[in-house]
Design a protein around this ligand. Structure first.
Ligand SMILES: Cc1cc2nc3c(=O)[nH]c(=O)nc-3n(C[C@H](O)[C@H](O)[C@H](O)COP(=O)(O)O)c2cc1C
Ligand SMILES: Nc1ncnc2c1ncn2[C@@H]1O[C@H](COP(=O)(O)OP(=O)(O)OP(=O)(O)O)[C@@H](O)[C@H]1O
Length: 305
């Protein structure tokens, strides 16, 4: 897959099937659109996801951005789903103020040689969000591309959207989040040294510091699986600041049920299955240990089901 932060310019004779939007999370609705464009792939037709990097704008607004997928994760998932080109274009003033027709002509027609577009019915683009799917269909007749308006993938009566998933993630409702995404929510990072107190209470842990940009579920304890070095380990994970020992950074710390290997320096992917309880400040490490033993039992029972 080609990944670019510029508007791609395809060579003469090569066409494209394009989908457009923010695509945070690559949820089931996004996957439906990606399926539509990947079905159009040919020797001379590329499947293109055209998305925007909104971080410059977020920085202007001084809101530190948090996403369901980091840019690297999104690239990987897009590639797995058959995308040929992922264009992450900075959401600049120019792009924000571009008239819809100019966007279609200059970007989709002259640079991407689009022959097919797949968009949801609520897709909006261009200056004041005036561009919509019907306008795309009209312009398609003029410029020689077809537009498929793809029906929304739903959860009951509600459309699946990144906003909906963020709301559920903020509640720690991992079963719902995973159902809407079509994969298990995860975060990744390198396993680093903690204070190594865990082993003194019989609970050695793998600590990782999640990427700044990654949106995490609420601080608390979760049933998880960790992918490390190609192997899957069941376990329980604490997300937070460990108030009992007062850590000063947000960590993702996992007790792996069946693992006594040295994992420092390895990359781990922690997948969240179920929320168990909020993070608590205990009066002593002994009290924490009692609670952890209960959490381990609940976690093991979950996987035995
Ligand atoms: C599953 C799990 C649940 C935890 N729950 C809490 C908690 O509720 N409160 C807390 O202060 N620390 C909690 N911790 C963090 C412990 O305080 C931490 O593992 C221990 O102090 C060892 O830290 P270290 O790896 O930095 O040595 C939890 C850790 C794990 C793995
Ligand atoms: N549930 C869905 N089913 C089908 N297409 C969808 C669905 N959700 C979004 N799309 C389409 O996917 C493209 C990218 O969507 P985008 O990421 O901008 O929307 P979103 O997931 O609704 O995000 P947000 O909640 O931030 O508005 C758009 O064309 C949009 O219409």
């Amino acid at each position: 897959m080609i990944y670019t932060t510029e508007i791609p310019h395809l060579e003469q004779g090569v066409r494209s099937a394009v989908t457009l939007g923010k695509f945070d999370g690559l949820h089931r609705g996004h996957q439906k659109l990606i399926h539509c464009i990947s079905e159009k792939r040919r020797e001379d037709c590329r499947a293109v996801v055209f998305t925007f990097d909104v971080s410059p704008r977020s920085y202007i607004l001084k809101v530190p951005p948090k996403f369901l997928l980091t840019y690297e994760e999104r690239r990987e998932l897009a590639e797995e789903r058959g995308v040929d080109i992922l264009a992450e274009c900075p959401f600049t003033e120019e792009l924000m103020h571009m008239e819809p027709e100019q966007f279609v002509k200059e970007y989709l027609v002259e640079r991407l040689h689009a022959e097919y577009l797949a968009v949801g019915p609520d897709f909006r683009f261009g200056h004041k969000r005036e561009g919509n799917p019907q306008m795309l269909q009209k312009l398609g007749k003029e410029y020689g591309f077809t537009v498929e308006i793809v029906e929304k993938e739903k959860d009951g009566s509600r459309d699946i959207s990144s906003t909906y998933i963020r709301e559920e993630l903020e509640k720690g409702n991992m079963e719902k989040v995973n159902g809407l995404l079509g994969y298990t929510y995860f975060t990744r990072g390198e396993i680093v040294h903690g204070r190594q107190l865990g082993r003194t209470i019989g609970v050695p842990t793998a600590n990782l510091i999640p990427p700044e940009i990654k949106k995490l579920p609420p601080n608390g304890v979760y049933i998880t699986k960790s992918l490390i070095n190609g192997k899957i380990y069941e376990g329980i994970t604490n997300v937070g600041y460990k108030p009992t020992v007062r850590e000063n950074f947000l960590g993702v710390e996992t007790y792996l049920f069946c693992c006594n290997e040295n994992l420092y320096g390895q990359e781990a992917e922690v997948r969240f299955y179920q929320y168990l309880r909020p993070e608590k400040k205990f009066d002593s490490l002994e009290d924490l240990k009692k609670q952890l033993n209960q959490d381990v039992e609940t976690g093991r029972a979950f996987f035995q089901k």
